[in-house]
Design a binder for this molecule. Structure first.
Ligand code: ATP
Ligand code: MG
Length: 338
């Protein structure tokens, strides 16, 4: 669906080169939902603007739906605009137009017949649950309803790819949940590929198949959601994904701290007590959370374990035999306690 090869994007500000993207390689199969995460300024929006043809790479190639976007040819960009639509954090609706006219806007630009427009807008409004609001103006809508208008308008031209830049950031958790479900339905029922930027790992967990982690213009990690969320490798991914652990006080010098990531049955029914008994160690659960991605149920727990070094090693080996991923960690101690 989207193939980005060796892309640099350089902006020049006061004769200084700003690398918004550096050696970026991305291969996104169709029709997946792909999430992009990264700190502010990492290059996420720039990457999205390359995909919809709003920016051209300084170097490298960008192919979207087999179209060579980087060549900046009018015909390819025209086809691209028809097939790639976008929704935004602040909705970007036309304030003086009704919901109907907002959704109809791209269809009018394409000079479609009035009867076709009428039919298509009604269908789109029903799809996004806004049939009874067609004559309302944006100022009378909630944030979630405005985003639904944005989605209906984006779908009006029957695109193959939908790009979303932080589209749930301005919404409350309940509305976020509803909008994510709508995006999931659009992907599953209409086969539309979705690329979304988010700051919320929960968004990635709930609806994405793949995830791309960006830092300072580079893709530092990418893979399936399960690969990256369960075992993030790069320090930036780890800081974004893993729960930070701060303790009031550190244990004795024989205490080790481990993070255990377990999937499936073992995640729901971990056998920490019996393993501890068998291996003659003591443990204290510091943190534990069960999470669900689209394909897996997994738990992530932090344990303080104490006992002889060999016994601790046996305990860890037992966990590993149950396909749990275990790593030793060094928790930070809160300043209040120090
Ligand atoms: N049109 C532009 N002109 C100059 N510099 C730009 C331009 N667009 C982006 N940049 C710079 O490129 C870098 C990446 O910006 P980008 O907007 O892609 O980051 P982002 O990951 O989307 O950040 P955020 O999470 O804050 O939205 C930043 O240093 C930014 O200042
Ligand atoms: Mg951005």
């Amino acid at each position: 669906m989207i193939k980005i090869d060796n892309v640099d994007k350089i902006f020049q500000i006061k004769k200084q080169n700003i690398y918004a993207l550096k050696h970026v390689n991305v291969d996104i199969p169709h029709p997946n939902i792909v999430g992009i995460i990264g700190h502010s300024g990492a290059g996420k929006s720039t990457l999205l603007r390359l995909i919809n043809g709003l920016e051209q790479p300084t170097q490298g190639t960008v192919e979207v739906l087999d179209l060579p976007v980087h060549l900046n040819q009018a015909q390819a960009l025209k086809t691209l605009r028809k097939n790639v639509a976008m929704i935004f954090q602040h909705f970007n609706l036309l304030k003086s137009k009704t919901v109907f006219e907002n959704i109809a806007f791209p269809l009018r630009l394409n000079h479609l017949k009035e009867s076709v427009i009428q039919q298509r807008v009604e269908k789109l409004a029903s799809q996004v649950g806004l049939s009874s609001h067609l004559n309302s103006f944006p100022k009378h809508l909630s944030g979630g309803q405005k985003q639904r208008v944005g989605i209906a308008r984006a779908l009006a031209t029957e695109p193959k790819i939908l790009l979303c830049d932080e589209v749930t950031s301005a919404l409350d958790p309940m509305t976020t949940h509803e909008i994510l479900n709508l995006l999931l339905t659009i992907n599953q029922e209409q086969g539309i590929g979705i690329v979304l930027i988010t700051h919320e790992i929960d968004v990635i967990r709930k609806i994405c198949d793949h995830v791309i982690v960006m830092s300072e213009g580079q893709v530092v990690e990418q893979g399936t959601v399960d690969q990256v969320l369960l075992q993030p490798k790069h320090p930036v991914s780890r800081s974004l994904i893993l729960e930070p652990i701060t303790l009031d006080a550190i244990g004795s010098n024989t205490t080790s701290y481990i993070r255990i990531t377990a999937i499936g049955d073992f995640a729901q029914h971990p056998k920490y007590e019996s393993f501890a008994l068998n291996t003659n160690i003591q443990f204290q659960m510091i943190h534990s959370k069960v999470e669900r991605t689209k394909t897996s149920l997994y738990s992530q727990s932090i344990l303080a374990i104490d006992g002889e070094v060999d016994h601790q090693r046996h305990f860890i080996e037992k966990l590993q035999q149950h396909q749990a991923y275990v790593e030793k960690i060094t928790p930070t101690v809160s300043l209040d306690a120090a």
